[in-house]
Design a protein around this ligand. Structure first.
Ligand code: ZN
Length: 254
């Protein structure tokens, strides 16, 4: 590790130690080491056969559900079998110890919860449930996967027969209101905002660090790629989050 990176890691640990209300914000980059591709970013494995803006959209779900469910099957199977990596595990430990107060995530894979985190706000919904758009009954998506395995790609509501919709936010959809309000509140409360594995490209989730900064929060950015907010970061760690997060935790604990 070069000197600059280790000094930024030390600085991040110090900022976290000195904070009273640290909030983490995670993106696809934290889950790639668990084998989950970034479903919103073209160029990843999941997109070789599909145009993301076409298939992962509300109109695709409505107009071409067979194609939509063929695509989503691979995403759901990956999410179901994926295991939390070291970044999830150490972040969860920080949450349990109260070092960070909450985790706002853009991911739908449930890996923060699988690693034991409790205060998780899922901005883009979740792969764990599906809901009937007609009568609002919610189902566990394991049932969806079981049906999909038997090649019955469309899952219908047992109450009204409508095609069930996965509870993940698709293109052309707005964010779940409750999650957005909670995330907003956390960003305003934060005196330290940690961006982990997000390139801050997806709107409106990427406005949260700005809200935090405007309210006086310090900013740590730890992601592999550049972000539009790098200039504003108090600590900038451009490295694999599965390596940096355990290191930061170790420094905080000593
Ligand atoms: Zn229904």
């Amino acid at each position: 590790m070069n000197i600059d990176l280790s000094s930024q890691i030390e600085l991040a640990a110090q900022l976290i130690r000195n904070s009273k209300y640290a909030v983490a914000f995670t993106g696809a980059g934290i889950s790639t080491a668990s084998g989950i591709p970034d479903f919103r970013s073209p160029g990843t494995g999941l997109w070789e056969k599909y145009d993301p803006f076409e298939v992962a959209s509300l109109s695709s779900f409505k107009n071409n559900p067979e194609k939509f469910f063929t695509w989503i099957k691979s995403l759901y199977l990956q999410a179901k079998s994926a295991k939390p990596n070291r970044a999830h595990q150490f972040l969860s430990q920080m949450e349990k110890k109260g070092i960070i107060k909450s985790i706002i995530t853009q991911n739908i894979d449930g890996l923060h919860q699988k690693s034991g985190a409790v205060r998780v706000i899922e901005l883009h919904g979740s792969a764990r449930t599906v809901t009937c758009p007609n009568c609002r009954v919610s189902y566990n998506s394991d049932r969806l996967l079981e049906k999909m395995k038997n090649d019955a790609l469309l899952l219908t509501c047992s109450k009204c027969g409508h095609i069930l919709k996965p509870d993940m936010v698709l293109f052309e959809e707005t964010l779940p209101e409750k999650a957005w309000i909670s995330a907003h509140m956390e960003a305003r409360k934060a005196d330290l905002f940690l961006v982990i594995g997000s390139s801050l490209e997806v709107y409106p989730a990427n406005t949260l660090p700005e809200i935090a900064i405007r309210n006086g929060a310090k900013l740590i950015i730890n992601t592999h790629s550049k972000t539009p907010m790098d200039q504003l970061a108090d600590a900038l760690i451009c490295m694999d989050v599965t390596k940096s997060i355990p290191k930061i935790f170790e420094l905080i604990e000593t």
